[in-house]
Design a protein around this ligand. Structure first.
Ligand SMILES: Nc1nc2c(ncn2[C@@H]2O[C@H](COP(=O)(O)OP(=O)(O)OP(=O)(O)O)[C@@H](O)[C@H]2O)c(=O)[nH]1
Ligand SMILES: [Mg+2]
Length: 365
């Protein structure tokens, strides 16, 4: 079962599966999505959430979780949940679900839930989104990972959306099409002629049930170039970059009559990293060149993820403050304490109080 929670989660889930179940506290947002299997309106105790969503406040989303708790736990069993980490509804409801999963003793592999999380692009998205994400990574996600009770976690990032100035719709399609390539692995094993190895649906589900981050990618495979180099050059820009894998899975499709032994180099690459991958080689007559799809499972402590985020945030604030000192331009709202940053910038420039006074006068603090 595919489940979408909140605005981004629902839009992405519905694109992946027209039968997806969508959950939101906002009736308007729920109705805006053209296709869905089911729509569930989560109820917020306080009147405010009803039509306007959680207004970027995860505690409102968390409050609403209570109204869908049982049903969501049931639906999420063995399924995939999509949510953004920046808003109030998706973040808050997913927080409730993760906390409940973390509290369970053990969860059988067939019942694990995978999570597709959409992270904001810190430099260009509002401060609240970044702050909510930080709280989410540090709290519920961290706990759930430590419990080992989740399946794969896919960390999508809105970076490409902002850097390439894509429309939301175009970017959502891009994300979903990309994920579909990875999720098609068991089907391709079923329908295409098998030349070596085998990944059956059970192997694939087991892989998806591992409690690690999943970075998947795919590209035309050139047997004449070291695989490691190709992998490095072809990481999936829609996901956060991977760490050294703990487990891996790959599918190589070769053209009709293509060399079915090209996979040994890939195997060797992972063997050098002490990883024994699950793999298969199939013949795809539609291809002119070998094509590889890889899934890398890695573990990244939420604290490290958080570091990445904080660093970006701080740089962001520093740059903005410096700009305002130099040009007195308008400052958008920032997530890192402006006063602290202004003081730091002032110190770096050798003067202290004056600049703070100027900023205060200009209404920047
Ligand atoms: N890729 C992508 N990101 C989205 C989309 N909609 C919102 N976002 C991102 O998701 C974050 C905001 O979360 P939403 O999912 O809109 O919020 P919500 O869960 O509905 O919560 P509230 O609206 O605050 O109640 C920001 O980082 C947005 O950039 C979308 O359709 N696609
Ligand atoms: Mg919303």
């Amino acid at each position: 079962m595919v489940i979408g929670i909140g605005g981004a989660g629902s839009k992405v889930a519905a694109k992946l599966d027209a039968q997806a179940t969508l959950i939101n506290v906002s009736e308007t947002e729920l109705e805006k999505i053209p296709q869905a299997g089911r729509r569930i309106l989560a109820v917020v105790h306080a009147e405010h959430g009803r039509f306007r969503g959680s207004r970027k406040n995860p505690s409102i989303g968390h409050d609403a979780y209570l109204s869908v708790r049982r049903e969501l736990q049931e639906l999420a069993r063995g399924g995939m949940v999509f949510s953004s980490t920046g808003g109030g509804t998706g973040n808050g409801i997913t927080t409730g679900l993760l906390q409940d999963l973390a509290a369970r003793e053990t969860i059988p592999e067939s019942e694990k839930t995978s999570f597709g999380l959409v992270l904001p692009y810190a430099p260009l998205e509002p401060a609240e989104f970044v702050r909510n994400t930080i709280d989410f990574l540090r709290g519920p996600l961290s706990e759930a990972i430590d419990s080992g009770n989740t399946g794969n976690i896919f960390l999508f990032s809105n970076r490409v959306k902002f850097e390439s100035r894509l429309s939301e719709e175009a970017f959502n399609i891009k994300m979903v099409e990309s994920l579909k390539v990875f999720l098609a692995i068991p089907d391709k094993n079923d329908t295409l002629r098998l030349l070596d190895g085998h990944i059956d649906p059970e192997d694939f589900s087991l892989f998806m049930a591992r409690p690690y981050f999943n970075h998947f990618t795919y590209f035309d495979y050139d047997p004449g170039t070291p695989f490691g180099k190709q992998l490095e050059a072809n990481t999936n820009a829609l996901l956060l970059p991977p760490e050294t894998p703990i487990e891996a899975l790959f599918l190589i499709e070769v053209p009709a009559g293509g060399d079915p032994t090209v996979f040994y180099d890939v195997l060797q690459h992972f063997n050098d990293l002490n990883v024994a991958p699950i793999y298969s080689v199939v013949e795809n007559p539609e291809l002119k060149q070998p094509f590889i799809t890889v899934g890398l499972l890695y573990s990244r402590k939420p604290a490290e993820l958080l570091d990445d985020f904080n660093k970006r945030n701080e740089q962001h604030a520093q740059v903005k403050v410096r700009k305002s000192l130099e040009q007195y331009v308008d400052l958008p709202r920032l997530d890192v304490s402006l006063e602290k940053e202004a003081k730091r910038a002032a110190k770096q420039r050798g003067s202290d109080e004056d600049i703070l006074q100027v900023l205060k006068r200009l209404g920047k603090l």
